[in-house]
Design a protein around this ligand. Structure first.
Ligand code: IMP
Length: 194
């Protein structure tokens, strides 16, 4: 293990980008906005894209004052723990229930190139939902490679690698209550820098 690593995740953060209070306030607003878009009788289906949206969906579903059910998908878009999207999306865990005829909201942690969600939209649309929309906590528009309609965005962020509130680097930092920029020296090797 490198000597710059410690067991305290806060020490690895360059800058707090969005603090706990700002996240909670925005999630409450998003919950109200999403609820007001639906009037159907069937519960809304939230499809959480694991593992990054785990914390977000837990808070968001409690901020939505109408009936919801959740289903979980796990996908992997980065090869081997890197910080760059490979464009190849693998489904590690598929939906447990049916979404045919249902109103669906895909819940994402962050949209970067858009390749992951573009693939998921195609995949889930093929299962004949009544409607399908997207909510993401974070949006990094600078790196978008595909045109994607995103219905609700928590925060627009600059082109920096961020962790916390569910987002990871090599599976760590998900438990931070805030979204922070990871110190560059910690992920430089993953970018091929020395
Ligand atoms: P996309 O396919 O490039 O849009 O990548 C989406 C996925 O990449 C997200 O669900 C995250 O898992 C991951 N990702 C993209 N940017 C970041 C970041 O800054 N920090 C952590 N994970 C990220």
């Amino acid at each position: 293990m490198s000597s710059i690593r410690s067991n305290n995740p806060h020490n690895d953060i360059e800058e707090v980008l969005i603090d706990d209070a700002a996240i909670q306030a925005r999630v409450r607003d998003l919950g109200a906005e999403i609820a007001s878009a639906y009037g159907g009788e069937e519960p809304l289906v939230l499809v959480s894209v694991l593992k990054g949206s785990l914390i977000f969906v837990a808070d968001l579903m409690r901020a939505i004052p109408i009936n919801v059910v959740i289903d979980l998908m796990e996908v992997s878009s980065y090869g081997g723990g890197n910080t760059e999207s490979s464009g190849t999306v693998r489904i590690l865990k598929d939906l447990s229930g049916t979404i045919e005829g249902r109103d669906v909201v895909i819940v994402e942690d962050i949209i970067d190139t858009g390749l992951t969600l573009n693939y998921l939209m195609g995949y889930l649309s093929g299962k004949s939902p009544r409607s399908i929309r997207i909510v993401t906590l974070l949006n990094k528009p600078a790196r978008r490679l595909v045109d994607l309609k995103v219905d609700w965005i928590g925060f627009e962020i600059p082109d920096k690698f961020v962790v916390g509130y569910g987002l990871d680097f090599r599976e760590t930092y998900r438990n931070l209550r805030y979204v922070g920029v990871l110190k560059r020296e910690l992920y430089a090797s993953a970018l091929g820098e020395s």
